[in-house]
Design a protein around this ligand. Structure first.
Ligand code: HT9
Ligand code: FE2
Length: 310
């Protein structure tokens, strides 16, 4: 029995803990530029529409707790110590790295609660962690860059897609359009040969195939409110177009995210649902993975594989 100790740096976007923190949070997302009052109010209004606070922080805590339980439950001789590091709110990724150093952690696995890699998403988390490593002197971190094709993750998504499709009759099912969505990014990532769009396509195809559903496509959601062009087509435009073509049954699978949060509870459940109603589409969303055991087992497998790398 070895007594190897491995730190697990679990990184996520983070969300304000109350409405008073929204401005500071938004300013951090904008790299120090305060949002204009209308933009700030618009964001506050969206948080208010989902109940005043996003469930994201609580879900992330539950995920980390559940993952730690699974990782430490099988007696493989490794003790995993869990650390939460957030991108845009305390405890920041750098804070978690400092804590690992203070706890004497020498080696760690770092991963993000998002399946697909992009230079504008996952790479930023890794940069923040490495900044912490440089500043505080360690530990050595093995990073999970993406886990969008992890078989247990695909199984978990297949299950949720089948559940969503069961809201339609067997006769209707082949005509149900399944749309896999992920957060849009500025179009300039295409010039950088960013793997993000291909990874979205690959994992969507794998999930649709598992579920035996060939009528599917992808769309982008939640594009930023900036002047530059963002990846399209946007989910709202796709819904309008489908309605015009006579499609009246749609499933949205927001598989670029893992938890119930603003982009799901507002952008899909309120905004996209309102449009669907207006254009006569019956819209069902797949359930999020949250802290469900089947999903956490997928992450545990990924973390163990990276911990085994020397
Ligand atoms: C790729 C990606 C993911 C998925 C991967 C990952 O999870 O990392 C993600 C997740 C999330 N994004 C979130 C929240 C926000 N993202 C924003 C803005 C932005 N996101 C971007 C990218 C992403 N974001 C980008 C390029 C911007 C523009 C920045 C700029 O202006 O330069 C804004 C500002 C206002 C707005 O644009 O809506 C908010 C409030 C929340 C928390 C929700 C909650 O609180 O429940 C989560 C999980
Ligand atoms: Fe975001």
């Amino acid at each position: 029995m070895s007594n190897r100790i491995v730190g697990v740096l679990a990184m996520d976007y983070g969300t304000p803990r109350n409405l008073d923190q929204v401005e500071e949070y938004y300013t951090h997302i904008r790299r120090g530029r305060k949002p204009e009052p209308e933009l700030l109010q618009d964001l506050i209004d969206r948080y208010q529409a989902i109940g005043g606070v996003s469930p994201l922080n609580k879900i992330t805590d539950d995920q980390i707790e559940g993952l730690g339980r699974i990782l430490n439950g099988n007696g493989d001789g490794v003790t995993y110590r869990m650390y939460s590091g957030k991108k845009h709110i305390a405890p920041f990724v750098e804070d978690a790295v400092r804590q690992m150093v203070e706890d004497g952690i020498r080696e760690a696995v770092g991963f993000v609660f998002a399946p697909h890699y992009s230079t504008m998403s996952i790479a930023k988390y890794i940069e923040a962690a490495e900044k912490g490593v440089e500043q505080y002197g360690g530990p050595r971190i093995h990073y999970v860059r993406q886990w969008h094709l992890q078989p247990l993750y695909l199984d978990a998504m297949e299950r949720r897609l089948r559940d969503a499709l069961s809201h339609f009759s067997e006769a209707e099912r082949p005509g149900v359009k399944v749309l896999f969505t992920a957060h849009s990014l500025p179009e300039r990532i295409l010039k950088m040969n960013d793997p993000y769009p291909d990874q979205i396509r690959e994992s969507a195809a794998a999930i649709a195939q598992r579920a035996g559903h060939s009528n599917w496509g992808t769309a982008w959601q939640s594009a930023g409110r900036t002047p530059e062009p963002w990846l399209g087509p946007d989910i709202l435009d796709v819904l309008r177009e489908l309605a015009e073509q006579g499609t009246d049954n749609v499933v949205i699978c927001p598989f670029g995210f893992v938890a119930d949060h603003l982009e799901v509870l507002y952008d899909i459940d309120i905004e996209a649902q309102a449009l669907a109603k207006e254009v006569g589409i019956k819209l069902v969303r797949t359930a999020m993975l949250n802290a469900d055991e089947d999903f956490l087992r997928a992450l545990a497998t990924v973390v163990r594989q990276h911990a085994a790398k020397e």
